[in-house]
Design a protein around this ligand. Sequence first.
Ligand code: MN
Ligand code: MN
Length: 285
Amino acid sequence: MPSRGMLRFMDASAAFEDSRFVIFGVPFDRTTTFRSGTRFAPTTVREASWNFEPMMFEHGVDIQDIPLHDAGDLIEEGAVDTMVEEVEEEARRIVSAGKFPICIGGEHSITPPIVKAFGEISAITIDAHLDYKDTYQGLKNSHGCAHKRIEDAVGKGNVFSFGVRSMAEEEVGAGALYADAFRVHQEGCQKVFREMLQKLKRRPIYLSLDIDGIDPAYAPGTGTPEPFGLTPFDVRLIINEIGDRLVGFDVVEVCPPYDNGNTSVLAARMIKEVVAVKWKALQKG
Ligand code: MN
Ligand code: MN
């Protein structure tokens, strides 16, 4: 019989039971407002991941030595509220087994249900947008409400957004914690990030990367591109700053129909960075 298999993230060949990291995709983009297509990203990001050498010399880590499981995609044809419930269920399955969830979106509305699967944590989003609307187009679970819904889950003061350069009038001065991209550029990423980190309680951290937080020059394939963004080096620095405290990660809003291929490659590379950095921290104990 010919062998069959699904497309996995690079070297994610461990069984669920034996794994330390579990990747899953949520190909969902129904609340997307401008350009849709993020539903294709779990596939393109997995494809792009095979571009890389498993060896990461700069960390002294070989991805092939890390127990990584790919659980495939959640298939949800229904409304956003159903999707959110199913994502929370999947995240609970992973977190309650003591594993590190890595989700490939989909749009940003997939993040709050993952955050809910944890106990007391803090959360950080990297995002061009503040995502602090209470409802958007009648939806509580719109991707434009992601920061607000995360705040509902972890409590005020336990989440901030980094690299923000777009917000609606109702979001200005509404009380969200954030660092804007202009300040990051002016004062330096490490300085501003460390200041922001001081504001959070000393808890484990969930990191959500909305790919539009990175400048469209590096990440053109996204639904709502916004100039004056972070660089890939900034995001890499952030991952390395908090690696030992990380408990989960997602990358969202990659939109392959508008990509030249590089955005999916960048998303895959950031997953690889998180896995390597966290693995290194675990080895140190
Ligand atoms: Mn967002
Ligand atoms: Mn965004």
